[in-house]
Design a protein around this ligand. Structure first.
Ligand code: HEM
Length: 406
């Protein structure tokens, strides 16, 4: 028998409440033990591993990225007309085509090309704080880490890092609570970034190099290629998807290790644990705890009917603690044996993180450099976190101390 979702008696959870992270997580996990589904102020939320997978792998549930403007009440015509369909928001055939063309350029092998550069970048950042034995991790390590890597990936020279970083900050305002007041800044940054990308694309068309942009330009499937406009949009998607996520994930990792010195010591003594450590950090404390989908038609799932237009939040962060999948899920253990089921912090289904191999490499390399150079890592004050919500989560300020001179 099918029941309309509106008629169900199910727990209600606040999606946008001003709860502390731990309280919120505890609340979600407790609710997940009672019910796979909860009601939220914008729709519903799936909470268990199986149901989160079920929604994310079902192509009838579409990405809600394209609805941000509507949900935030944006009316700025220039902003609305300046938007383009990107891989993050595309669905159906449009998404399949884009993904097929770009996916080979994001392989683990392509990410591996950048590992030495990643190590150099983190080492450069640690050099500035190593002798003092103190750092504010967000400002000193996490904020500056991803931009040089994205620039190196694309083949943008060092003198352009600063401009790139500013465009990234402004383009990412699209996820802020105050986006409606910041549309002019976003449009300006988008236009400048697109003009810059266009120039870089032109250069690579003339002189191909060993970088991602050249790979994307040359990517071809049965005679089909990306247009210049699609290439520009892809660069923006890489910035949107690949900078703040990595920053916050690294910050969450260091906060977690500072609170689990035994795990830091394990990693320091055995760098080969880095890949497992990254997976466990992302399971235990993922920077993207949830994502939102919209029903493109009436959808029946698990005996429940969700009418077309229903908004559904997929709570990866509670799925990652599903005891039927991860035993002793409340224990942070970087030696945890990989099980058949991976954590969900890179999402699942057709929108599964395109940059997962790159993000894994960035985190693994930074973990090993930091573990080697920051022995006896400990908190040096209170960690403050960004507000919890449906966006990207991480520390706002993270003061640490460690043994100096390494
Ligand atoms: C630790 C860092 C990262 C985390 C936690 C993360 C997380 C995610 C998640 C959860 C999704 C799926 C969103 C959804 O289903 O609505 C996603 C998609 C995506 N990510 Fe990442 N990401 C990370 C790093 C990166 C990097 C480094 C890049 C780029 C180089 C990147 C590019 C993308 C793109 C383009 C998509 C959209 C894919 C598609 O729709 O087909 N991400 N990411």
């Amino acid at each position: 028998m099918t029941t309309n979702a509106a008629d169900l008696t199910i727990p209600v959870i606040p999606l946008l409440a001003d709860e502390k992270r731990e309280e919120r997580q505890a609340h979600l996990r407790k609710t997940a033990k009672e019910s796979w589904l909860a009601r939220t102020e914008i729709g519903y939320s799936v909470l268990t591993y199986e149901s989160v997978m079920g929604i994310l792998r079902d192509k009838r549930w579409h990405s809600a990225v394209g609805l941000i403007s509507q949900m935030r009440g944006i009316t700025d015509e220039e902003f609305l007309s300046n938007r383009r369909v990107s891989i993050l928001s595309a669905e159906g055939e449009v998404h399949v085509r884009l993904r097929r063309l770009v996916a080979p350029a994001f392989s683990p092998r392509s990410a591996d090309r950048l590992r030495p550069f990643m190590r150099d970048t983190v080492n450069g950042l640690v050099d500035a704080v190593a002798s003092s034995g103190r750092a504010e991790v967000v400002r000193d390590i996490c904020e500056p880490y991803p931009i040089p890597i994205i620039c190196e990936l694309l083949g943008a020279p060092k003198e352009d890092w600063k401009a790139f970083s500013e465009w990234a900050t402004d383009v990412l305002r699209v996820f802020s609570d105050t986006v409606a007041q910041e549309t002019k800044i976003i449009v300006k940054a988008r236009n400048e970034l697109n003009a810059y990308s266009r120039k870089l694309i032109e250069q690579r068309r003339n002189v191909p190099l060993d970088d991602l942009l050249t790979d994307l330009i040359q990517a071809e499937e049965a005679g089909d290629k990306l247009t210049t406009e699609e290439l520009e949009t892809m660069v923006e998607a890489i910035i949107v998807g690949g900078t703040d996520t990595t920053r916050n994930q690294l910050g969450l990792a260091i906060a977690l290790f500072a609170q689990h010195p035994d795990q830091w010591e394990l990693l320091r003594n055995d760098p080969s644990l880095a890949p497992r450590a990254v997976e466990e950090v992302m399971r235990f404390s993922g920077a993207v705890g949830g994502t939102v989908r919209v029903a493109s038609e009436d959808i029946e799932y698990n005996g429940v009917l969700f009418p077309q237009g229903t908004l559904m939040s997929a709570s990866m962060s509670s799925g990652n603690f599903d005891e039927s999948i991860f035993t002793n899920s409340e224990t942070f253990d970087i030696t945890r044996e990989p099980v058949g089921h991976p954590h969900m912090s890179f999402g699942a289904g057709i929108h599964y993180c395109l940059g997962a191999a790159l993000a894994r490499a960035e985190l693994q390399e930074s973990f090993n450099v930091l573990a080697a150079r920051m022995p006896k890592l400990a908190l040096d004050g209170e960690v403050t976190f960004k507000p919890t919500g449906v966006g990207i989560f991480g520390p706002a300020e993270l003061p640490i101390r460690f043994e100096p001179g390494h």
